[in-house]
Structure formats: C-alpha cells, structure tokens
Write a protein that binds this ligand. Structure first.
Ligand SMILES: Nc1ncnc2c1ncn2[C@@H]1O[C@H](COP(=O)(O)OP(=O)(O)O)[C@@H](O)[C@H]1O
Ligand SMILES: [Mg+2]
Length: 337
C-alpha cells in the first residue's frame, strides 16, 4: 500500500464563498487620465481571508486600482466597495481597518523597532472593538515578521530584508482586515524574498487578514496566492486559482523521465493513464519521472499574449511579459506506451 498524504481541499469556485459578502468589490470601475482610459470597466471581488495577486503588464493599471481601493485616488466611474464602504467616503474608522505596505517608511532611523510599532499602534487603540481588538500586540507582531532578535535595534541598523519586514509590520500594526501590498518584493535578494514570503504565509495562515498584492514575479504569485486576477487592456481578463487558470489554457501535462540514460519529454491529455502505461511497460527502467502542468508563467504569457494580439491595433508595441524571461519550447519525444 502506498501511504497517502491528506487530500488537498476541493477548489472553491471564483464566485461567492459560503454566500459571504466580498470585502472588496468593484463593478464597472473606470479610470481615465487625460484622454487615456486606463481602467475600462474592472469587475472584481475579493472575499475574506483570500490572498489575491493582481497581475498584468506594466501600465495595466494595477497601482491605479490599488490606490482607488485604498481611497488615495478618485475614480472616473463605477462602483467600489471596500469593507462595505465607498473608499471616496471612507472615514478614519474605515481607514483604520486597512493596512497598506508602502515602498519604504523613512525618517525613523533613530527609533527602535519595538518603540516605533508600539507608538504607531497607539493610534489604532481607539478603533478597537470587542470582536476585533487593535492594535497588534507589539511582541506578537515583531515575532510574526521575524524581527524578535532586532526588537531593540535602531531602524538604521536593519538590513534591506529586515527593513521590508518592518514595513510589513507597520502595515499590520492596526490588525487590518485587508492588507494591500503593491510590488512588495521589488529589488529583493533571494533570501529577503524567502523571508518575506514566510511572513505573508504566517499571516495568511492566521486567516484574519485578506491580502491583495501586485507583483511582477509569477512564481511569487503562484506560491502565495489562492487566486490570481490578470488585468490587461483595462479589464480583468482572467480570474481563478493558479490551477484553474492552468486548466483553462491547457488541459495537457508534460511528462519527463529518463530511460537507458536518455531523457524524454512527452505531452499527454491524461497524464495518469500515460504514466500507468509507461510504468507498466518499462517498470524499473524509468527514472526521474516528473509530471508538470502548465505553470502560471505559461498561463500568464498565453492569456496576455492572446489578449494583446486581439487588441494589437489599439495598443501597439506593448510588452506582454512582466519580467522579460522566455520559456524555451521543449522537444517532445514520443514513447510507445
Ligand atoms: N497620475 C497619473 N497621471 C497620468 N497618467 C497616469 C497617472 N498615474 C498612472 N498613469 C498612467 O496610467 C497607466 C497605468 O499606470 P499604473 O496604474 O501605475 O499601472 P501598473 O501599476 O499596472 O504598472 C500608465 O500608463 C501610467 O503612465
Ligand atoms: Mg504599479
């Protein structure tokens, strides 16, 4: 008998989970800068506890969208609700329920981490309710972002990665119900990126904070988010979990293995049947077996390229890929199985 790990949870649909109200909802959101329509009717919903990545080519309007949701930018048209409130009408009580991770908070080099967070936290105390106490307990927050050892250090002493974790802590200090992060890992080295992903995972495991982030790093989006939204041409052109989107662009999987010292790649509609037949035929002669579905990068490239080729006359010369990397076509070797 093969020992099986616990099954993965069934995927939920992209619509309403358990009939709950979305914490973020936009309907027909439009934004025009001068003569240019950047958002042309964005419809999106985000539900409590989700981690949603907003992806799209440069200039697609991701930052614009996030700023409208945060109440920092006035939209041209459409309906927007964040925690049930129109951000343009949001008061301080509403604002206290949101967390925003800014690119970097400066000016506080001489402050110690613990002191700064306790100080900022005091602002949120008056927005505390019995159901949702604020602010975060300082020690707990510092531990969440992995800065316990540096709690008494001055901010100026922090490394770049520690500094970004402090930026997240500052965004979280009021125990926000929604946390917005706009390209939070730009310029990170791999270690800082890993640490940062750890912070977001610990946060999402707690399930109390809904996270909306934008990123250019598709691996990051795939790792962290339960749902992906792709913004292109001013609209949401794809919405679903990484697995759902992968199925949409390709139902085929890639199967790689080696046999007699040679490497093979095969593409199959039904990977399980193929692998069963392969092992039935060659058994122990098969090594390094790997089955791979379309990655988020494949999905993203396909969706955005398809979209842009349909709109090529309207938006000439736009670059589809967010990071300039190219996936090389792989030869497919046939194996009789
Ligand atoms: N304040 C502004 N005034 C005029 N145009 C702007 C302004 N902010 C952004 N834009 C333009 O709107 C488009 C979308 O920008 P942005 O929301 O920053 O996209 P993204 O974050 O997806 O890269 C870009 O073409 C940008 O130049
Ligand atoms: Mg941006």
């Amino acid at each position: 008998m093969v020992a099986l790990a616990a099954p993965l949870p069934a995927e939920y649909g992209d619509a309403d989970q358990n009939g709950s109200e979305p914490v973020i909802k936009t309907t027909g959101l439009r934004m025009r800068y001068g003569p240019v329509d950047v958002l042309r009717g964005v419809n999106l919903c985000v539900y409590r506890g989700e981690v949603v990545a907003l992806l799209g080519p440069n200039g697609a309007g991701k930052t614009t969208t996030i700023e409208i949701l945060e109440g920092f930018r006035k939209r041209s048209a459409g309906e927007v609700r964040v925690l049930g409130t129109d951000p343009e009408q949001g008061d301080e009580g509403w604002r206290a329920r949101l967390g925003i991770v800014l690119q970097s908070w400066r000016d506080h080099g001489k402050w110690r981490i613990g002191e700064l967070l306790a100080h900022l936290g005091r602002y949120y105390a008056s927005y505390s309710t019995p159901e949702h106490t604020r602010p975060y307990n300082t020690d707990e927050l510092i531990s969440l972002v992995g800065l316990t050892k540096q709690a008494n250090d001055k901010i100026a002493k922090l490394s770049g990665g520690q500094r970004r974790r402090l930026d997240v802590a500052i965004g979280l200090v009021g125990r926000p119900e929604i946390l917005f992060l706009d390209e939070p890992t730009v310029g990170f080295d791999p270690q800082a990126r890993q640490d940062f992903h750890g912070v977001l995972r610990r946060l999402s495991d707690r399930g109390e904070t809904t996270i909306l982030l934008t990123t250019h790093d598709l691996n990051e989006a795939e790792k962290l988010s339960s749902r992906i939204l792709i913004l292109a041409g001013g609209r949401v052109v794809a919405d679903g979990s990484p697995v759902t989107l992968a199925r949409q662009v390709s139902s085929r999987s890639e199967i790689r293995f080696s046999k007699d010292g040679l490497h093979y790649v095969h593409s199959a509609e039904d990977a399980t049947s193929y692998v069963r037949a392969l092992l039935g035929q060659y058994g122990r002669g098969i090594h390094n077996l790997e089955v791979r579905r379309a990655s988020l990068e494949d999905v993203y490239t396909k969706i955005v390229q398809e979209f842009e080729s349909r709109n090529v006359k309207r938006t000439p010369g736009r670059h589809a890929r967010p990071n300039g990397r190219r996936r090389h076509a792989k030869p497919v070797t046939k194996v009789t199985a």
